[in-house]
Ligand binder design. Structure first.
Ligand code: AMP
Ligand code: DBH
Length: 541
């Protein structure tokens, strides 16, 4: 078993098998079965490329053989940073078949994040596109290789330059070792709340269970067409039900290079897309665009919105804008995913973030002292279940804090439960900013800022924003004369931080407000900046 993985205790694993959750499927086997059932149907469409299930299956086998020859073995970690291109699928299924573990980096990550993933996961390979959205990933790979000369392979989908070209790896398929469904299939990323992103080990058994239930709840079948507008590597478009849930159901995945209406609306019309997933700010952009464009979006049956809180006012407009059902999705890469059901009454769809997908999900809402709150009151959300991890990868100290002794994950979210068991997200206790669905761990950015010679101390908090829900504001105590905000932002960019983590606003301050025990009071800082941005909002509107 993978070192650094916390499995479910044996009695729970037995229970989830007996209850019929874990059926012993693996990703490699799942694709083989789909290829047998739906061989000539299209699995993945990307621009003019259409791969049938049979083609995808064969490509995965041939690539697995090539990766095997390179020396990639069972349990080796491989950082995969691919945008929405067809190769994403051959790569991950090849790795699944080898039992090697994709580490799902996002296209927006830069050298700081990628170097950390490669180093922490002791990756044997790093897989990238040549260019995407005007960014050259080979230049990024060079920076990573400079820092980690031991990184064995850089593999490029496209023009490889000095690296290994993905398409050159295809070989005659070879016999591979059997993979156990109880083993870890990949490492997903958490948004992070203390310092850097944690890596999340997900097994074949647990993840495929979540795909099966998600596909069922979202009404997917072999006629469904899922548009991947968000980056496929993110847990939400990957699995809720996302691209993998669609393949599980025998449907078709259509890939969009960006989530903009300019790219997505024509694709919905052309490919007769039935379901797609957005974060709240994009849902607003799509609703605005739907009024002024003439694309035929009538095939769309379900529009999912999740990743951050969707306001009830905006939620109410979805149906008339697109003539389809809104589904709110509240999930986390650690496991638990909540959905409003397609046939739920409008008031539930608009006002709640859904209810757990599985009858075996356990949720508890606790007060600050760990006692169950009264029904309907807000508290800390804890959860345990057949697809919620029991620990992060190689993080024993963090696991002590994030999981209770009896295996509940502390989500860091503040929620209320309705009498029917629906969840309303009220806020967050974790030190994280949710910038329109993109999560930023305050501590990670603060640590980078502390490396600047003119920064004495830094504290990052969220500030309210009409469009993104939240933006980031960092309060800086300067060392001597305050540097220019632009200089600090450039400094962070040079350190290789993803663009979404660069603070939206920088405020200089002489000292931080403190809590009773002398900690930095982020609550006071949040209030300070919320007061400051409020008049500006009123002026604008
Ligand atoms: P991560 O742990 O990085 O996968 O991020 C999951 C977190 O995103 C959750 O714990 C919530 O804080 C947030 N989140 C996801 N979906 C929603 C939603 N529909 N409403 C509010 N917050 C959400
Ligand atoms: O935000 C998330 O991480 C998320 C949102 C919706 C998620 O992981 C998911 C559904 O599976």
């Amino acid at each position: 078993m993978l070192t650094g993985f916390t499995p479910w205790p044996e009695e729970w694993a037995d229970k989830y098998r007996k209850d019929g959750c874990w059926k012993g499927e693996t990703f490699g086997g799942m694709l083989k079965e789909r290829a047998a059932l739906y061989g000539n149907q299209t699995a993945v469409t990307c621009k003019d490329v259409h791969w049938t299930y049979k083609e995808l299956d064969e490509r995965a086998d041939r690539l697995a053989a090539g990766l095997h020859k390179l020396g990639i073995q069972k349990e080796d970690r491989v950082v995969v940073q691919l945008p929405n291109i067809a190769e994403f699928f051959e790569v991950i299924f090849a790795l699944f078949r080898l039992g090697a573990l994709p580490v799902f980096a996002l296209p927006s990550h830069r050298s700081s994040e990628i170097t950390y993933f490669c180093e922490f996961a002791e990756a044997k390979a790093y897989i990238i596109p040549d260019m995407h959205s005007g960014f050259d990933y080979r230049a990024l790979a060079r920076q990573v290789k400079d820092k980690l000369p031991d990184l064995a392979h850089v593999i490029v989908a496209g023009e490889a330059e000095e690296f290994q070209e993905l398409s050159s790896l295809h070989r005659e398929p070879v016999q591979l070792e059997d993979i156990s469904p109880a083993e870890v299939a990949f490492l997903q990323l958490s948004g992070g709340s203390t310092g850097l992103s944690k890596l999340i080990p997900r097994t074949h058994d647990d993840y495929i269970y979540s795909l099966r239930i998600s596909a069922e709840i979202c009404g997917l079948d072999q006629h469904s067409v899922y548009l991947a507008a968000l980056p496929t590597a993110h847990n939400y478009p990957l699995s809720s039900p996302g691209v993998l849930g669609t393949l599980y159901a025998g449907g078709r995945v259509v890939l969009s290079p960006t989530p903009s209406p300019d790219d997505c609306f024509p694709l919905i019309e052309k490919e007769r897309v039935t379901i797609t997933a957005l974060v709240p700010p994009l849902a607003m952009v799509w609703m605005d665009a739907s009024g002024s464009r003439s694309d035929d979006l009538s095939s769309l049956q379900v529009l999912q919105v999740g990743g951050a809180k969707f306001s009830a006012e905006a939620a109410r407009r979805v149906k008339s804008a697109f003539g389809c059902t809104l589904q709110q999705v509240f999930g986390m890469a650690e496991g638990l995913v909540n959905y409003t059901r397609l046939d739920d009454p409008e008031e539930i769809i608009v006002n709640t973030q859904g209810r757990p997908m599985s009858p075996f999900d356990e949720v508890r809402v606790l007060d600050d002292d760990g006692r169950d709150v009264a029904p309907g009151e807000a508290g800390h959300l804890f959860t345990r279940g057949p697809y919620t991890i029991r620990g992060y990868y190689k993080a024993p100290e963090h696991n002590e804090r994030s999981f209770t002794a009896d295996g509940f994950y502390q989500t860091g979210d503040i929620v209320k439960l309705t009498a029917d068991g629906y969840i309303i997200v009220e806020g967050r206790a974790k030190d994280q900013i949710n910038r329109g669905g993109e999560k930023i761990a305050a501590e990670e950015v603060e640590n980078h800022l502390l490396a600047h010679p003119a920064v004495h101390d830094a504290a990052m908090v969220s500030m309210p924003d009409d469009f993104l829900g939240e933006r980031s504001c960092v309060f800086v105590i300067p060392k001597g004369e305050a540097p220019k905000p632009g200089e600090l932002k450039a400094f962070l960019r040079e350190r290789g931080l993803a663009a979404y983590k660069i603070p939206d606003r920088i405020e200089f301050i002489a000292s931080f407000p403190k809590t009773g025990v002398g900690k930095v009071s982020k609550k006071d800082l949040r209030e300070t900046i919320a007061q400051k941005v409020k008049p500006a909002e009123i002026k604008q509107s």
